[in-house]
Design a protein around this ligand. Sequence first.
Ligand code: AGP
Length: 624
Amino acid sequence: MCGIIGYVGDKDSAPIVMAGLRRLEYRGYDSAGIAVISKGRLQRRRSVGKVELLSKMLEEEPLKGNVGIGHTRWATHGKPSQDNAHPHTDCGGKIVVVHNGIIENYIEIRERLQAEGHKFSSETDTEVIAHLVEHHLKRLGSGGKALSDVTEPLFFEAVRQTVREMEGAYAVGILWEGCPGTIIGARKQSPLVVGAGQGENFLASDVSAFLERTRKVLFLDDGDIVLLNASGIKLFNVDGKKREISYTNVQWDQTMAEKGGYKHFMLKEIHEQPTAVEDTLRGALLPLDDKTMKAEFGFDSEFVKKIEKIQIVACGTAYHAGMVGEYVIEHFSGIPVHVDLASEFRYREAPVRKNTLLIAISQSGETADTLAAVRENKKNGGVHTLAICNVVGSSLTREAQSTFHTRCGPEIGVASTKAFVGQLTALFVLALHLGVARGRLSADEGLKYAHELLKLPQFMRDALKLDGDIKAMAERLAQRGHYLFLGRNANYPIALEGALKLKEISYLHAEGFAGGEMKHGPIAIIDEGMPVLGIAVKSQILDKMLSNLQEAKARGAHVVAIVSQSKHKLKGDIDAELAIPVTDEYFSPALTVIPLQLFAYYVAAARGCDIDKPRNLAKSVTVE
Ligand code: AGP
């Protein structure tokens, strides 16, 4: 996913654009670039690698001007190189474009423009946009006489014609030397937002790029085209019709997007989890009635009574949340639930039953596979899509009939932590609402479970107190190389999540298994001293889990058990116990995941890994 930032106003744009690019670094990138209109001339600097290198380039060759755009690139077409870095220009170097997304018909457009004499200098799909704008400016400037007298309408019309030809996903920022005071932005399926300041305006791929300068935000919709200059913002749709502007006052303060004293965003976000759960619970849980459920999830008990099946689709960590959701929703509501990886669901010919509720879980709301799964389901007659999402204004929230917003604040670390527990919280709350709405839970039972849920943030704070013990343990085990995570029932998905956390930030081999699966093969891989982390909290199948851990111990494993706080130690010779507060076993995943997140973090820290920006990963996978 690429980062976009544009500035137009009364100040020097380069320092503001560069500050925005630094805020966007977390999105994963392999190159960066900036363009500024300086004394009426477009000038550009691009570099491969970290944004810092681009800064150094600017120190040597500064850019001055009050209109500028910048970009951090996550390669999709063409290798990471200076030539492929954005911004891209037209033949005459008078137009520059920054882009996030994929132009699916770029080859056909490029061939057509090359036949007209356009010269290309990159392998990217993005470059065709600059040449296409150039093409339309020429055509309209010469053809449409009236337009050529006024540059901004000419610029707008050229961009409008351009985006109408583009198929696929795009969020673009465009400058033209012929209209030096204006930035034009346009979006389809890739996120793009506008920040409205005092005498200055911003265009960006997400609010964290300009939040320190304004929190008045316009979230663009698919098909929107926006014109920014120092004095104002104009919004149109792709048909050229003016659109009403409605601003959102974004509450996230900058510290939420800063590290707040922690070494990494990921550690800060692990410790922010109790607050994320508190904020997500607030107003969504009680009273467990139609009014609350309708306001939070978009449907009432009449609709709920008709649901025959729930289908959950998600990717990665969000998929693990969906797996917990299956256990919890079936337990509290009795509704059958099926969970699928979105990347599988979108191609499987899954018959859609008419009374199926589709739940799409996504932190970013921009994950290509999850969006595609939702569209596929809709195409096949799906009745209602509920999104569980952490980003206001994201594409998924526009595709779904209703959205439950997890209120976790921006999650900067690529490895998802607080957004994950936010997703679990959303599913716990939904399960209780569904249970009461279907009469599976009496009002009193619902209230009892709700009160247990409200204790979760404090229980999480208690679990976080294990931080020091886990740090010491992780440093001892950081060189073992291979790790096994075991769980059962609602904690089986947590075993998978623990393994994923360790893999993605320490690059070590780790696998998660259902405890009962060990004897069907995995037990063969246990070597002397191999760490096996098992979730053995208070539950109906605790004894079964204990025997799985003993089986591993008997074969030489180093066994670490996540257990419920109690006066008694576990039976058998477990090497280490990490005790967490006792809660309902179906809510315990929000607690049991914490020691595993901390374990992964401290192993990766001991190995000196780039924890917030792990190799090969991006914060949101907006391409297939
Ligand atoms: C989580 O630690 C991973 N970085 C990744 O699996 C992520 O959960 C997945 O890409 C889904 O992202 P989303 O929640 O934004 O859709």
